[in-house]
Every structure is written in structure tokens, then in C-alpha cells.
Design a protein around this ligand. Structure first.
Ligand code: FMN
Length: 165
């Protein structure tokens, strides 16, 4: 809810700066204008934005006719979130230029990570895949090195935003 609008993102970022540490604003993809929200966080002093948090979602048990999760809805993560996250990173890079973006959403392979970097991310997080396989992050890193070697990429920073032409 802190990232529901540019105003709330700016206010939350400004208050968070009081902790005296660098602030990264973790933003929801479920907003009408994500670049505006991200821009407001940067404008209020965020060092980076993390794109994206989970997408509001729900599963209903058709036998009991009740939501599967006790609280009703939950947050969608993992593979179904990946293209939503790529689009979020792309849109913010396109509108805001080369700002620090940490990508999060369905990264399970080195190729997923490369896609995020090409869309505009400077760094990539792995959540759900690491719950399924705690070794996934070291595998992704190993495969990312191999991918970079195969494609003549000396530093992953060369990939950041490269899909924008
Ligand atoms: C079980 C679970 C708990 C999570 N808890 C938090 C949280 O406390 N704060 C937060 O900002 N994001 C939280 N997330 C969101 C993740 O950090 C991440 O942004 C999201 O799941 C997308 O990445 P992934 O597909 O790699 O998991 C949680 C995700 C899951 C699956």
C-alpha cells in the first residue's frame, strides 16, 4: 500500500530516510502508472527501486467453495510474475532513463536474469526459485558467467538496458 500512488511512495521514502541508511523502494506492479510511482520514490531520495513485489492473486478451492488461503487472497510470485516484472523494469527504464533498478519476479535461470538486465535492471533478486531449490542462486550465477562468456560479455553491467537500443 506504500507504493499505491506517487504521493504515498514519496512520503514513505522520505520518512524511511530518517533511518540513516540507503533506501530502496520496493514497488508493487499493481498500479496504473508504475514509472510515476518509481519517479516519486527517486525524487524523495530513494537510492534504488526494487521491481516488483508480488501481484495480488487468489485461488479458490472449488470443492469447499472457499479461498485456499486463510486470509483470502495472496501474492503471486515465481514464473507467472516474470513477464509482468520484465515489463515493469522496461517501462521504468524507458521513462526514467538509467536509474538503479533491482529486478525481482520469477527469476529461476540465468536467461531470466539476462532478460531483466536487458530490460534495464542493474541487479537481480531470486526469491521463489530459491525456496524450491536453495542452490538455485549459485546455479544461476554459474550459468550467468557461462552465458556471458558465450556472448562475449565482460561485465553484466554491459547488459543493463541494452534492449532499449
Ligand atoms: C513467501 C514469500 C514471502 C515474501 N515476503 C516479502 C516481504 O516480507 N517483503 C517484501 O518486500 N517482499 C516479500 N515477498 C516478495 C518477494 O521478495 C519477491 O519480490 C517476489 O516474490 C517476486 O520474486 P520471485 O518471483 O523471485 O519470488 C515475498 C514473497 C514470497 C513468495
Amino acid at each position: 500500500m506504500f507504493s499505491a500512488s506517487p504521493d504515498s511512495a514519496a512520503a514513505t521514502t522520505a520518512v524511511s530516510l530518517g533511518c540513516g541508511r540507503a533506501v530502496w523502494a520496493k514497488l508493487s506492479p499493481a498500479v496504473a502508472d508504475l514509472p510515476a510511482v518509481a519517479g516519486a520514490a527517486f525524487g524523495a531520495g530513494a537510492e534504488a527501486v526494487t521491481l516488483v513485489n508480488t501481484m495480488p492473486a487468489m485461488v479458490i478451492d472449488i470443492d469447499s467453495r472457499r479461498p485456499v488461503l486463510g486470509a483470502g487472497g495472496g501474492g503471486l510470485s515465481g514464473a507467472p510474475l516474470h513477464p509482468i516484472a520484465v515489463r515493469a523494469v522496461w517501462d521504468c527504464r524507458e521513462v526514467l532513463g538509467p536509474v538503479p533498478i533491482v529486478a525481482s519476479g520469477g527469476v529461476a535461470t540465468a536467461e531470466d536474469a539476462v532478460e531483466m538486465l536487458l530490460a534495464g535492471a542493474s541487479a537481480v533478486q531470486v526469491g521463489t526459485a530459491s525456496f524450491r531449490d536453495p542452490r538455485s542462486i549459485s546455479k544461476i550465477l554459474r550459468d550467468l558467467r557461462k552465458w556471458c562468456d558465450r556472448h562475449g560479455v565482460a561485465r553484466v553491467s554491459e547488459l543493463t538496458g541494452a534492449a532499449h537500443g
